[in-house]
Write a protein that binds this ligand. Structure first.
Ligand SMILES: [Zn+2]
Length: 210
């Protein structure tokens, strides 16, 4: 079996949403060999930093949290990676995906030009996102989840309709994927989240296998 890691490396100067310094992870050495004969690290890490999933609570008041999450939905899930790198605009709408073979229960992953952006240049304000019409289409298809190679599945849309439609339909949102070397096609997706009490999402180590 071939396994592909599609997760971002979490490090102090990782690219964060809108380059907001408050969202950068802080690594603190809590013990070291010279002083303590061991090594321990403490990390202050925003839930939406790096590769992560969003739960309904992120955009819906009183929405479901990680507590209620059925993790088996992210274990060897049927996933389809679609090549969206040829888009002539910087968002995905319903007309761009209506002819794709998206079926109920699929984990739909969009590979866009975002995967080829050089993150050392800081946050890309023009990143490709999923618009409201595409979110509506995916919701009607009753998919398991939607993933994208950006830190957001939408970009400052008024009232966050893409998030609200997907999360309102109990569709998992997976953000911060690294898809540069991934060929479009069918895979199994495994992206197990941490058991975090009451949070609106979690970091995951996302892998595709075939
Ligand atoms: Zn998020």
């Amino acid at each position: 079996m071939k396994i592909y890691d599609i997760s971002m490396m979490v490090e102090p100067d990782i690219m964060v949403y809108k380059d907001n310094p408050a969202k950068k992870p802080v690594f603190k050495n809590a013990a070291n060999h010279a002083k303590d004969n061991m090594h321990e690290t403490r990390v202050d890490l925003d839930i939406h930093c790096g590769t992560h999933i969003d739960m309904p609570l992120h955009m819906i008041e009183d929405g479901k949290t990680m507590d209620d999450f059925d993790f088996t939905r992210l274990y060897m899930a049927k996933a389809k990676v679609y090549d969206m790198t040829g888009l002539e605009k910087n968002y995905i709408s319903a007309e761009d995906i209506e002819l794709l073979d998206i079926e109920e229960g699929d984990f739909v992953i969009f590979k866009t030009v975002n995967s080829f952006y050089d993150k050392s240049n800081g946050f890309d304000n023009e990143f490709v996102f999923v618009d409201e019409s595409a979110a509506k289409f995916l919701t009607d298809k009753k998919i398991n989840g939607a993933g994208i190679d950006a830190l957001g599945i939408e970009r400052s849309q008024p009232s966050h309709m893409t998030h609200k439609l997907l999360l309102g339909a109990d569709i998992i949102i997976l953000e911060g994927l690294e898809l540069k070397s991934i060929e479009p096609g069918e895979y199994k997706l495994t992206a197990l989240p941490i058991k975090l009490k009451g949070t609106e999402g979690s970091w995951v180590r996302a892998v595709l296998s075939e």
